[in-house]
Design a protein around this ligand. Structure first.
Ligand SMILES: Cc1ncc(C[n+]2csc(CCOP(=O)(O)OP(=O)(O)O)c2C)c(N)n1
Ligand SMILES: [Mg+2]
Length: 680
């Protein structure tokens, strides 16, 4: 409502707009106007969408794409292309217009006419996978920014590994006020500044408007000072002056630091009454204002019409990178690391990597170690890291607890990208977004650690990894009340249920050393989605001691111990509680009661098995689920008359053995519940 009131004659942006529109209509201005017109038309046609950002940032984006962005419309997958991230995903029409105008297959004018309609690649917000030019899914503000930091980091890591002749590109971001207000931008910018990711440039759409109105309602940060404090180079420019934007972009290319360019813009530039107001942010201009905007821009064409001359100019921009790409193709053709580079970029694992895991499992079967699963995980990493050079690890300041570092990885630091281990600092959200960016960039399989409880701090990025089907591996240790004395703030209760609810996110919770090795193998092999490996702090006995060859976790759930005929109940557990179930099974056997024990390390994989297998595993006798966490979701496996033994509220601070007793997650409690159910 306030926006409509603002959109009157006393709108102070209008005087400035008049001055900007009165500037000579250069070729560049006409090219930018094509973006504006397409954004207006697509949003009008869809009757929804966000015209303000594309109209405001059209000039800056035109400067970037026509003079700086290295890409070739003929091959949007070219590995050495620059990455362009529209972090402010609501301005999606800016990206779609650029993809169309530069002549990229798969984003035709008919797709723009179907903006925001079912099966159109021009979705409401940019969706990775809908078009190769959409480098990442954006829309949740700040995510694109954090993801871009990971892309820029991936570029540096691969350049260190393969050399500049194969890897030498930049990452460009358009970010809005909202992107910079989000907490993740702080973590991501701080990390990028620390690491000196000098090939990262952010163009900030500094329009001082967000949905509620002026950004001054909620924000008085001095963004330039903030970024300077993070170690960034900064510039302030008139975002409607291509010469100023280009000069700043040239500076960014030379800078030894990541660069923030604050582009002063008018949101919805061209709209005669609504420009400069929140009214242009997220609604169609309306037929009258839309028409008047085009008139003000001197754009006298039919809807979705771009005159041939302007389209040709844009197509030349799309072909501008062809020379560079051909030169690159020549370089890679005779590069000694050609095969390896192509392998990692294709996401193919090295031949025989699993032999290292096979050997480890055989060793575990023999030594039957009692290890915390976080320790088993470290042993799995000791096998995997040397075998898979594209694995890049890290932790959000919990390296010694997550046990994510193994010998010989080498540490990544400011300007030093020869290592394979990242100290992310206490920046869980930034870490998760950066991992997404590295996976999206290609050539890297990122894994990163923190406590399971702090998955809450990174959930938005984990969700996007699942939505984008990216191979990102989260190592989440201290996965229950079993962490003990640190108490309820640190003890995850509802996190497993919450993570299991994310479509496509595999949540592994291995029960012993062999299962841990198996889950790691599955997570690494999974090329089309993210995984969480939930690991214990406390020691776990070896359960699998004679069947190490088959990866039994691959079916998501299996019988660890059968009832040996006449099964009277099935105990179903995950992770650290499987050994408790095994103890209950023995106790019950002493009383002549036969129960089977099922380990369910990955619900998502178990759900993919056929009905017959699941029925055989779960059995038709009473079921008892055991997990030191909330029971939410367990009814899926237990049925309505199943028994759940776990947590009903928050944990407490005490040695873990006392906590298991206190909360009644014990072999005795399980045995008692079974007996009661069986009427014995
Ligand atoms: C995490 C998150 N919170 C809220 C939103 C809803 N939202 C979309 S755009 C926006 C802010 C708009 O302001 P700005 O980022 O400056 O974009 P502009 O209006 O200038 O295009 C908000 C709150 C969102 N997309 N993501
Ligand atoms: Mg804004």
């Amino acid at each position: 409502m306030a926006a409509t009131a603002e959109a009157t004659a006393d709108n102070p942006a209008l005087a400035l707009q008049a001055e900007i529109l009165a500037r000579p209509a250069t070729a560049e201005r006409r090219m930018a106007d094509a973006i504006r017109a397409l954004a207006i038309d697509a949003v009008e046609t869809a009757k929804s969408g966000h015209p303000g950002l594309p109209m405001g940032m059209a000039d800056a984006a035109t400067a970037l794409w026509t003079r700086f962005l290295k890409f070739d419309a003929a091959d949007p997958h070219w590995p050495d292309r620059d990455r362009f991230v529209l972090s402010a995903g609501h301005g999606s029409m800016l990206l779609y217009a650029l993809l169309y105008l530069t002549g990229q297959a798969g984003m035709g004018i008919d797709d723009l006419k179907r903006f925001r309609q079912l099966h159109s690649p021009a979705a409401g917000h940019p969706e990775h996978g809908e078009h190769p030019g959409i480098e990442t899914t954006t829309g949740p503000l700040g995510q694109g920014f954090g993801t871009a930091v990971g892309m820029a980091l991936a570029e540096r890591l691969l350049a260190a590994r393969f050399g500049r002749s194969l890897v030498d590109h930049r990452t460009w971001v358009i970010a809005s006020d909202g992107d910079l207000m989000e907490g993740i931008s702080h973590e991501a910018a701080s990390l990028a500044g620390h690491l000196k990711l000098d090939k990262l440039t952010v163009l900030w759409d500094n329009n001082s408007i967000s949905i509620d109105g002026s950004t001054a309602l909620a924000n008085s940060d001095d963004q330039l000072k903030r970024f300077a404090a993070y170690g960034w180079a900064t510039r302030q420019v008139d975002g409607h002056d291509p010469a100023q934007v280009s000069a700043a972009l040239s500076m960014a290319v030379r800078s030894k630091k990541p660069t923030l360019i604050a582009c002063r813009t008018i949101i919805g530039l061209g709209a005669p009454t609504k420009a400069g107001t929140a009214a242009t942010h997220g609604s169609p201009l309306g037929p009258a204002e839309a028409q008047a905007a085009k008139a003000a821009l001197g754009w006298n064409y039919f809807p979705f019409e771009v005159p041939d001359g302007i389209l040709e100019q844009w197509h030349r921009v799309g072909a501008r990178g062809a020379v560079a790409r051909r030169a690159w193709l020549k370089r890679i053709a005779r590069h000694p690391q050609k095969a390896e580079f192509e392998r990692v970029m294709a996401g193919r694992l090295p031949e025989g990597f699993h032999e290292a895991i096979g050997a480890l499992k055989a060793e575990f079967a023999q030594s039957k170690p009692k290890l915390a699963s976080r320790q088993s995980s470290q042993k799995a990493l000791e096998a995997l890291v040397p075998a898979i050079p594209e694995l890049v690890g890290g932790s959000a300041d919990l390296t010694g607890s997550n046990l994510t570092l193994v010998k010989g990885m080498g540490t990544i630091g400011p300007g030093n990208f020869s290592g394979r281990y990242i100290h992310y600092g206490i920046r869980e959200h930034g870490m998760a977004a950066a991992m997404n960016g590295m996976a999206l960039h290609g050539g890297i399989i990122p894994y990163g650690g923190t406590f399971l409880i702090f998955s809450d701090y990174m959930r938005p990025s984990m969700r996007l990894a699942a939505l984008m089907r990216q191979r990102v591996i989260h190592v989440h240790t201290h996965d229950s009340i079993g962490l003990g004395e640190d108490g309820p703030t640190h003890q995850p209760i509802e996190q497993l249920a919450g993570l299991r609810a994310v479509p496509g996110l595999y949540v592994f919770r291995p029960a012993d050393a062999i299962e841990t090795a198996e889950c790691w193998e599955l997570a690494v092999r999974r090329a089309d989605g993210p995984s969480v490996i939930a690991l214990s702090r406390q020691g776990l006995p070896a359960l699998r001691t004679n069947d190490a060859t088959e990866n039994r976790s691959a079916r998501g759930g299996y019988l660890v111990a059968d009832a040996n005929g006449g099964r009277q109940a099935t105990l179903i557990a995950t992770g650290s509680e499987v050994s408790i179930a095994m103890a209950a099974r023995e106790m019950l056997a002493a009383d002549g009661i036969k129960v089977a024990v099922v380990s369910l390390p990955c619900w998502q994989l178990f759900a993919l098995q056929d009905d017959a297998y699941r029925a055989q595993v779960l059995g038709s006798v009473p079921r008892v689920g055991i997990e030191a966490a909330a029971g939410f979701g367990w009814e899926r496996w237990l049925g309505l008359d199943g028994i759940f033994i776990g947590m009903t509220g928050f944990g407490a601070s005490a040695p873990y053995e006392d906590l298991y007793k206190h909360f009644g997650i014990t072999a005795e409690a399980i045995a008692g519940a079974v007996k009661k159910r069986l009427g014995q």
